[in-house]
Design a protein around this ligand. Structure first.
Ligand code: RBF
Length: 353
């Protein structure tokens, strides 16, 4: 009796093995294969801060979205990391841990190091980081801009303004720079190159450098701008994210000028914002993301793009530029642009690995 039951059981199990298991495998596998073939290329954009008010982040999101919209089978999710920089590493780790993103895209000079660390725990995760530099991580591609040239372009323009080129130029020959925070690219590249460019016009020009301490406080930025103007500054380069609006408000009240960095800023204050250096981060984000989606993006390399490559420039097209900036200044500045086209400036990348 028992043996009969056992043999029945054995036959049932055999049947299961012969028919059910392959059927389950077949049914189970087929849809997965189909899903693999049609699965969208999935991208997470990690914004280290908030998008609104920060030129580079606005361009980052715009460029990646454009690449995704043009692709037939890609999707994107934008994640704002907020202003607590201590949380960024954890947030990126969480994104990588989902294992659902083919690519994580971000932008800022501190990001490559964080991404490289996360990469040790999730070695298959691919990263594209703009406005940062890293060489040799086979899963990371970085795109950095020649910010020495960019700041130098702003500095030369500020020099032309503060030496009497504009109606509200003042006597002191003092220019201002407001930074959201201090970081190696600011202290070692942007700040010195801004002054270097101005001193081409007049070696006596002084720089009043101030630090906001965050990337959002427009009220405090307005106070710092006021204090600079009290000291005779007449033109301020503002690199302070949402804080930039405070600098514009003060300049409007007190008849001074603002220079914009990264994107075109004339529309924020016609006649007040009188110069804008541009980095084509939107274009770079678009092109490199598109290449990633198509499978042709090379990883493991860090590229540096400058004036001669067409990725760093000065906005001379905006109607406000022609309207508010005298022809003599525009012509002198155009000559500098031409010179940088022919002779790119050497550029030491802070903390290059
Ligand atoms: N720039 C912004 O406009 N907004 C930001 O929130 C912002 N956060 C930053 C955080 C860190 C840790 C660092 C190193 C830079 C940050 N920047 C920010 C500056 C930005 O990366 C870039 O240097 C400037 O926009 C000049 O191109």
């Amino acid at each position: 009796m028992l043996t009969q039951r056992v043999s029945h059981l054995a036959i049932s199990l055999l049947c299961a093995a012969l028919f059910v298991v392959p059927a389950v495998l077949f049914l189970g596998c087929a849809p997965v294969e189909e899903e693999e073939a049609g699965r969208p290329y999935s991208i997470a954009v990690f914004v280290p801060g908030v998008v609104e008010g920060s030129p580079t982040y606005e361009m980052l999101v715009e460029g990646v979205r454009r690449a995704v919209d043009e692709s037939e089978n890609a999707e994107v999710r934008v994640v704002e990391g907020g202003f607590n920089q201590a949380e960024w590493s954890g947030s990126i780790t969480s994104l990588a841990a989902t294992e659902s993103y083919d690519l994580i895209v971000s932008s800022n000079p501190s990001l490559p190091e964080i991404a490289n660390e996360v990469s040790q725990s999730f070695p298959d995760q691919r990263f594209l980081v703009l406005d940062g530099y890293w060489e040799g991580n086979p899963r990371m591609r970085t795109v950095m801009f020649n910010q020495r040239e960019q700041a130098y372009l702003n500095g030369y323009f500020a020099g032309l303004v503060t030496t009497g080129g504009m109606p509200a130029s003042r006597e002191a020959r003092r220019i201002g720079l407001l930074a959201g925070q201090e970081y190696p690219m600011m202290n070692q590249v942007i700040r010195p190159a801004f002054l270097e460019g101005a001193q081409v016009v007049d070696p006596e020009i002084e720089l009043d450098f101030r630090v906001l301490g965050n990337w959002f406080d427009a009220g405090r930025a307005a106070d710092l701008a006021n204090s600079m103007l009290d000291r005779g500054v007449d033109v301020i380069l503002s690199i302070a994210g949402g804080g930039n609006q405070g600098v514009i408000a003060t300049a409007r009240d007190r008849d001074a000028y603002v220079l914009w960095f990264d994107s075109s800023g004339f529309h924020h204050g016609p006649g007040i914002v009188i110069g804008s250096s541009l980095v084509k981060l939107d274009q770079a984000a678009y092109e490199r993301t598109r290449a990633a989606i198509n499978g042709s993006l090379e990883f493991g390399v860090g590229e540096v793009l400058g004036v001669a490559d067409g990725y760093v420039t000065f906005d001379s097209e905006d109607p406000n530029y022609t309207e508010y900036v005298p022809e003599t200044i525009r012509a002198q500045h155009e000559q500098l642009m031409q010179r940088l086209m022919d002779e790119p400036m050497e550029f030491d990348i802070p903390g290059a690995n």
